[in-house]
Unconditional design. Structure first.
Length: 232
């Protein structure tokens, strides 16, 4: 009787994992190290997955801005007295805008939380861009009022500049995170701002409520549906 242990079978199965000494079994669907195309495809897929998980979610920020614009502009439209809307209507609208900005900044910060390097820097800079943009807009409004701009001019200017800031920031976000829907929404908001300005108050407010706020809400619903299909 031979004292040597039986030799293992030399046959292999395509479904069997490959044992790595000192490590976990490697499934057979892992790209071979001598297949550069497969490795590059795997890296690209991982990068795309990371990008989706760290980029802002349109379903969240779209809903925040959609509700703010829909309610805020409707208040301005319904309270317009032929010359201007009352101060408390503008205060209510400004409060809704601030709330939407806070939601956007917090959501963006949470999406990039724990990341380092360029991803964290981009997210932080984008969040601050919202605050800086609206501070600059407020200074422009104050300057126009100080220069003697009448109520109608102030109404058109304040709406157009604020909406343009939002549209441009969405365009920038779409480019940063390569989000086509975000870029398209930014383009839509910028165009709506220009077209609404031509209508003049109070029709401007109605256009912004329905086309602007409604556009945000439609984009949020589309993003939620697409994300659910991807996850399923």
């Amino acid at each position: 009787m031979s004292e040597h242990p039986p030799r293992p079978a030399t046959g292999s199965s395509d479904d069997a994992p490959v044992d790595v000494p000192g490590g976990e079994p490697v499934p057979d669907d892992t790209p071979a190290s001598d297949d550069p195309a497969a490795l590059l495809a795997l890296i690209a897929a991982q990068r795309e997955n990371t990008r989706r998980r760290t980029s802002p979610t349109m379903a969240v920020i779209g809903t925040a801005w959609g509700v703010a614009w829909l309610l805020g502009y409707l208040v301005l439209y319904l309270t317009f007295d032929g010359v201007s809307s009352p101060w408390w209507a503008f205060l209510a609208f400004a409060s809704l805008l601030v709330l939407a900005m806070v939601v956007t900044a917090v959501h963006t910060a949470r999406r990039v939380s724990g990341l380092g390097g360029d991803s964290a820097t981009v997210g932080t800079m984008y969040g601050w861009s919202w605050i800086i943009g609206f501070i600059a807009a407020a200074l422009i409004f104050a300057s126009a009022a100080r220069a003697g701009a009448g109520p109608e001019i102030m109404a058109i200017l304040s709406n157009a500049v604020s909406a343009l800031v939002v549209g441009l920031l969405y365009l920038a976000g779409g480019m940063l995170w390569r989000e086509g829907r975000m870029f398209a929404l930014g383009a839509w908001i910028a165009l709506v701002a220009g077209l609404a300005s031509l209508a003049g108050p109070p029709t401007t407010y109605l256009v912004m409520a329905l086309a602007g706020g409604g556009g945000f809400l439609v984009a949020a619903v589309v993003d939620a549906v697409v994300s659910r299909r991807r996850s399923s």
